[in-house]
Design a protein around this ligand. Structure first.
Ligand code: AMP
Ligand code: ZN
Length: 457
């Protein structure tokens, strides 16, 4: 079955054809670790996780590299403002190195809570400074750089196809005089290496151009090449990366290799807060995964909510929507748990579900099919096996879930024990009476080899 992916570079759905049979190289831009991730950021990594799992479902061995930006990302995308890491350091009174470590771990913890599979390589920018310097030196050798008072810049006018990914209207940008271009030759030019300046920086390195630090975009060019080669399969990130970050990564790569680094470019749409047009770290709309936990939401309810929208559609977050997702997830878990084991996944549903996933990761349609399956006349064990197969991609951990024990009050557990005793003594009338009493209290009763199992209805 063909896997169709929407490629932003070509602006169309394209069948996935790997460079090497059976393998897929996947590079994902990651967080700038100067603060916690918000749930909007996490939507983007959930999209990456679904893509990775769908590739695996299609039999590909995925080499997944996720970058950690721990230096060089300035507060403005136009190469002005402060370095986000140094700024975060000032805010927390800890060293830039310490906050990078702290927020990287917090990020990894969030990913694990959402069942996002860890990448094969966590690529940290500060651990690849020499690769970045070498990449800049190649760009310089090919004549695409110039020097200003504050750094080495990429000369975007030298590239005919600059901005193709974003379909940038370069002429329009040049004439927009509101853009502060400082010493740059052109508004779209960007820093490859920035000089340290008079203030002592915490993160700085020697280079052929002087002491300083790399620009934000060069880390991804250097690290994707280091781990996946000069041409790899798929590059992903949030949709905000289209006009600047990925556009500049492509420019850097073309200056060295005459082609973009990846053959497919996929972008996830933003999560918005209902009633607001964005979610940002600065305007108070910042919601961490932990904040959902504080209100007793399961992190996987957020995963379910994200699965319910297509990754290229905007998704509006509201507590109401999260409630609905948590309720649906609860129902799904109960239903799965009650179904008997021992069956084989149904070929028809497998086929139909994979067809939806292979149509540019249509998780919303797959959830609809999943509920249809649960209402179908297929035997329970077949339904369960089909759900287990699907959960490889949904990642909801259905098998690992068990009803929380404390949710069953003591008197009900006492009735269940009495029922077990009655059954073992073949007092069937007593066993039936206890069943009715338990059900009348709002619980369901299931007989298993291990005894009576009582679950909230
Ligand atoms: P940052 O840590 O700011 O570099 O962002 C990390 C990732 O989150 C990037 O890939 C962004 O594209 C993505 N991102 C930022 N805001 C949102 C949002 N509201 N919804 C979805 N993804 C986002
Ligand atoms: Zn990147």
């Amino acid at each position: 079955m063909e896997l169709m992916l929407y490629d932003t570079y070509e602006r169309k759905l394209r069948p996935f054809e790997p460079l090497q049979p059976g393998k897929a190289g996947l590079y994902a831009c990651g967080p700038t670790v100067y603060d916690y991730a918000h749930i909007g950021n996490l939507r983007t990594y959930l999209f990456g996780d679904i893509l990775r799992r769908v590739l695996a479902l299609n039999g590909y061995e995925v080499a997944h590299v996720l970058c950690i930006t721990d230096v060089g990302h300035l507060t403005s995308d136009a190469d002005t403002g402060e370095d986000k890491m140094e700024k975060g350091s000032r805010r927390t009174s800890q060293s830039a190195w310490d906050i990078a470590e702290f927020y990287t771990r917090a990020f990894q913890h969030d990913l694990a809570q959402l069942h996002i599979q860890a990448p094969g390589v966590w690529a940290r920018a500060t651990e690849h400074i020499q690769e970045q310097i070498a990449f800049i030196a190649d760009i310089e050798r090919n004549g695409y750089t110039y020097r200003t008072a504050d750094g080495i810049y990429f000369d975007t006018q030298r590239l005919e196809r600059y901005g193709h990914l974003a379909r940038l209207n370069i002429a329009g940008q040049q004439s927009g005089h509101r853009v502060d271009i400082r010493d740059k030759r052109s508004a779209t030019d960007f820093a490859l290496w920035k000089f340290s300046g008079p203030e002592q920086r915490q993160m700085e390195w020697d280079s052929p151009w002087g002491r300083g630090f790399p620009g934000w975009h060069i880390e991804c060019s250097a690290m994707s090449t280091r781990y996946l080669g000069a041409l790899f399969d798929i590059h992903i990130g949030g949709e905000d990366h289209i006009p600047v970050h990925h556009t500049n990564e492509i420019a850097q790569h073309e200056a060295c290799h005459s082609h973009p680094p990846a053959r497919y470019w996929l972008h996830g749409a933003f999560l918005k807060l209902e009633g607001s047009d964005k979610m940002s770290k600065s305007d108070g709309s910042f919601l961490r995964l932990a904040a959902l936990g504080d209100r007793d939401y399961d992190p996987l309810a957020y995963r379910y909510l994200v699965l319910s929208a297509h990754y290229r559609s905007p998704l509006a977050f509201s507590w109401h929507a999260l409630d609905a997702a948590q309720t649906a997830l609860g129902r799904l878990r109960q239903a799965y748990h009650r179904l008997p084991d021992g069956g084989q996944a149904d070929a028809g549903y497998r086929q139909a579900m994979q067809a939806e996933l292979n149509q540019d990761l249509n998780t919303a349609r797959v959830l609809a099919l999943m509920w249809e399956l649960l209402k179908s006349r297929l035997p329970g064990d077949v339904q369960k096996a089909t759900l287990r197969w699907l959960d490889q991609v949904l990642g909801l951990g259905l098998d690992a879930w068990a009803p929380p024990r404390h949710a069953i009050p003591e008197p009900i557990r006492g009735l269940a024990a009495a029922r077990d005793l009655a059954r073992s003594e073949r007092r069937w009338a007593d066993a039936d009476a206890t069943r009715l009493a338990i059900e009348a209290a709002g619980y369901t009763v299931r007989d298993t080899a291990a005894g009576t199992i009582v679950e909230p209805r």
